[in-house]
Design a protein around this ligand. Sequence first.
Ligand code: TXE
Length: 481
Amino acid sequence: MERLRNYIDGVLVAPLGGAYIDNYNPATGNVYSQIPDSDERDVELAYEAAARAFPAWSRTAKEERSALLMRIADLIDAHHEMLSRAESTDNGKPIQLARTVDIPRAAANFRFYATGILHLSSEANSMEETAINYTLNEPAGVAGCISPWNLPLYLFTWKIAPALAAGCTVVAKPSEITPMTAFLLSELCIAAGLPKGVLNIVHGYGHRVGAAITAHPSIPVISFTGGTKTGAGIARIAAPLFKKLSLELGGKNPNIIFADCDFEQMLKMTMHSSFSNQGEICLCGSRIFIERPLYEKFKQAFVEKAKQLKAGDPADDKTRLGAIVSKQHKEKILSYIALAKDEGGTVLCGGNQVQLNGECAGGWFIEPTVIEGLVFDCRTNQEEIFGPVVTLTPFDTEEEVLGYANSTQYGLAGIIWTTNLNRAHRVAQRLQSGIIWVNCWLLRDLRTPFGGMKQSGMGREGGFEALRFFMEAKNVCIKLS
Ligand code: TXE
């Protein structure tokens, strides 16, 4: 069975403790590889390699760093099919999604920051005849990057690309649930000629490897994407060490549908925003609010479409709903469906685990599930489920739906469907979300700020903000004589 290795100081190495964790294929329920169960000693080795590499990398000309990152992007493109298959096997997502979203966007992340760093400028502030100030942006040091399992390579590269472009060296940890493409990336980095120690990838559990990165006294910057509870724990450790923190956490996003929307376009996109990646995207719209005159028509059409969406083998080109990432997560989703029923909800379709045949007989699949009849402030409508489960709630006024939409502890994304431009602006302004899509979903311009309000996180990724996050701004004030 394949054993993955850590990528430390430019080479692939076994964990010092010699222990491994089983890695499952969610579509079959079988262990298909093993990943290092690394500990603080491996993190320390990675840190030391990154610290040794930092002086040279941070002083490497931007053009040279850029060229190296472009080379990695080219290698991702050159291995597009292999990486797509690996992502689909490791995560359970449909191969079609990995091919069209995950892997192309991983390459795009590298290209975006490889070119972005060439355009980053700094400010000068003149105090007329008295003095002139200018700002230096200097790489912050060794950066810690911790990423989740839902969009494995996509979110991993969304952190390490800006960190490396900014001139930081990196100790990174992918999710132990989906380690494969990060491992394959380490092979591509070696092939690209990335200098040793610039990027180090340590595999293992969050409470061991992630915690060691977070608590490391000489890693001044932590970029994390994952659950809100984990993020809070990281913040508790990082705060007294005065680390710079970027936290991208959970969401419970509202999808607000007004009766004047373009119905067909809305319906098609609402299927995606509800069930893409089995609902395991922090930006999915899991609470669907429908203006009352449209409620019955929407409900009928949406449930009809949801019933047609069948879970299937992720490796099949035609599959649009794959496997749930882990057995434990599948149980969590099913427990929320049971809770929804306890809370008085009516399951309009789905609600059950799916039993496939053949190779996928032991896999973890759940039907697309649509629930109505719940009050806005019940647990089902307040807590992140992170699966193919949505609730439907009618509303009569803008004021009412804004109250529902803003009622959760989260504030990551919001979706608005309307052809009334004034209303779109008005509602967008009052939604407590860091990212708002009007008449679309998941349309991404990498220059825009990406992140959430309230308990959905801290800071914004994307654009120059991500580059500046990995840098320290230093003001130099020169008095003019
Ligand atoms: O996330 P975790 P999990 C949500 C979703 C999901 C829940 C838990 O609701 O059900 O989070 O998912 C590492 N110190 N999202 O268990 O545990 C861990 O190893 C440092 C939303 O995957 O937060 C992994 O690499 N690191 C989300 C990463 O943190 C620790 C995407 C995320 O794992 C750690 C995924 C610790 N103590 C899940 N414990 C989104 N917003 O995109 C764990 N980790």
